[in-house]
Design a protein around this ligand. Structure first.
Ligand code: TYD
Ligand code: MG
Length: 447
């Protein structure tokens, strides 16, 4: 075997990854007749599936996103950018689990026990009872799990775990995959639930966690902006629950606190300024009011800028095209910035109208407001033909807005009568309704 640094197949450098070879079979193995006896498939009806009790972390938002707590023997990947609060969240969960009598083990490959203790001190007395192992050797960690048999074990982070006989550096694809594989095997065999913490960069360009997504039962994403206090936790994959649930947290001095009524927080800050509207959104099964802001300014670039924060960029392009074609709002020579306030990420078609109204308000230099000068609330999906389409849970969205006095809500026309909804059939009609109640403000930005 020769040293190889370049892939003989694709010709790229530094793409080779060391991984463990499967047990060598005899050279003839492939050609021999398979000797193993045939398995016996059974009807699913006859399979016994016991509903095991889940480990509740005692953090309601966390448990809800998990689908009702941690399933024994399962593996959860918690991804997020550095500093977002992964160690804090898992530390708090272990503290509660430990206090409830479940065995909890915190393996830290990044911080010394003293550093972990300093964080725990901020989290309260229960957090100090969690047992910690500061170790990055995979063999030692596996042996410890084997002897300790905790109910839940946190590996913080999976990128620091490495096997000494594999040459790849910690964090390399080979090491990460090997560590996750052995941990998964141990977890299933001993019925230990494992939470893998994984660092994900903002671009999501990380070799580590991505290669693990198929291997774990549940992938959770912890997001938000480090400078902001709000954090959202969402499941992108969950074998044991829905993936639409979102938990909202706020980072405080004593750890993460749950925000059980995020609408109140988000609406509080909205002041009905130019280019601002409130989106009556759905986060999983829960309605949430989120402020959407837009800024439109004459562009000096040949290809004007489209900058988004918390919404999909392609979706914005589509909305701008619909606005231009069907509502007479031309933005071909303007830079457009759109922001979902509070570090929230919205990915549902129901957000279209909010983006459209925010952009139109910014472009016209005309602020939008609802009843009594309150911010204007809206929702609805835009069709390419300029129609305003119905989206799920219209009634719950409106009810949430009514709760904050933000009715009437501008939205798609509905078959059933919804109290507090001002329905429109097209985006043009929705714009007309929205601007008819608005007040012109000085300081128009648009060209
Ligand atoms: P941490 O959980 O260490 O982030 P991660 O493990 O994802 O890298 O915490 C991130 C930040 O949270 C850190 O900058 C300090 C801050 N923090 C608080 O504001 N309050 C607290 O009670 C704790 C424990 C941390
Ligand atoms: Mg950490």
């Amino acid at each position: 075997m020769a040293w190889t640094g370049r892939c003989p197949e694709c010709g790229e450098w530094n793409t080779l990854v060391e991984s463990v070879a499967p047990q060598a079979r005899s050279p003839k193995a492939g050609r021999e007749k398979i000797a193993a006896p045939a398995g016996r498939p059974v009807a699913l009806r006859e399979v016994v599936a016991t509903e095991t009790a889940r480990h509740r972390t005692g953090i309601a938002e966390f448990d809800r996103v998990l689908g009702g707590g941690i399933v024994p023997g399962s593996m959860v990947l918690l991804g997020g950018s550095p500093g977002i609060g992964k160690s804090t969240l898992t530390g708090m969960a272990l503290a509660n689990l430990g206090a409830g009598g479940a065995g909890a083990l915190y393996v830290s490959g990044e911080e010394s026990p003293a550093q972990v203790r300093l964080r725990a001190e901020r989290l309260g007395p229960e957090a100090l009872e969690v047992r910690v192992l500061a170790e990055s050797s995979l063999e030692t960690v596996l042996a410890t799990i084997e002897s300790e048999r905790p109910a839940v074990c946190v590996i913080d982070s999976i990128q620091t775990m490495h096997r000494s006989d594999l040459s790849g550096a910690p964090g390399s694809v080979g090491q990460v995959r090997e560590a996750a594989n052995s941990l998964a095997e141990t977890a299933k065999r001993l019925d230990v639930a494992v939470i893998l913490v994984g660092h994900v960069t903002k671009e999501g360009s990380l070799a580590g966690p991505r290669v693990l997504e198929h291997l774990v039962d549940c992938v959770l994403q912890f997001e938000g902006e480090r400078e902001r206090t709000y954090r959202t936790l969402r499941a992108v994959k969950n074998r044991f629950g829905a993936t639409s649930e979102v938990g909202v947290f706020e980072m405080r001095s004593g750890g993460l606190t749950e925000v059980s009524d995020p609408s109140a927080r988000f609406v509080e800050d909205a002041n009905g300024a130019l280019g601002s509207v409130i989106l009556a959104s759905m986060e999983g099964t829960r309605p949430v009011l989120v402020e959407v802001q837009a800024l439109v300014s004459p562009s000096e670039l040949e290809i004007p800028r489209r900058v988004v924060n918390g919404i999909d960029r392609n979706r914005l392009s589509m909305i701008l095209a619909v606005l231009a074609r069907h509502a007479g709002v031309g933005l071909g020579t303007a830079d457009v910035f759109v922001n979902a306030v509070g570090g929230v990420r919205i990915d549902e078609p129901g957000a279209d109208l909010a983006v459209a109204l925010a952009v139109a308000s910014a472009q016209r230099g005309q602020a939008l407001s609802g009843r009594d000068g309150k911010p204007l609330a809206c929702f609805g999906e835009l069709g390419l033909t300029g129609d305003l389409r119905y989206v799920a849970h219209a009634d719950r969205r409106v009810t949430e807005a009514v709760k904050f006095g933000l009715d009437p809500v501008i939205g798609p026309r509905s078959g059933e009568r919804i109290e507090g909804l001002n329905g429109s059939g097209t985006v043009r009609e929705a714009l007309r309704t929205a601007f008819s109640g608005s007040t012109a403000k000085p300081g128009a930005e648009a060209a």
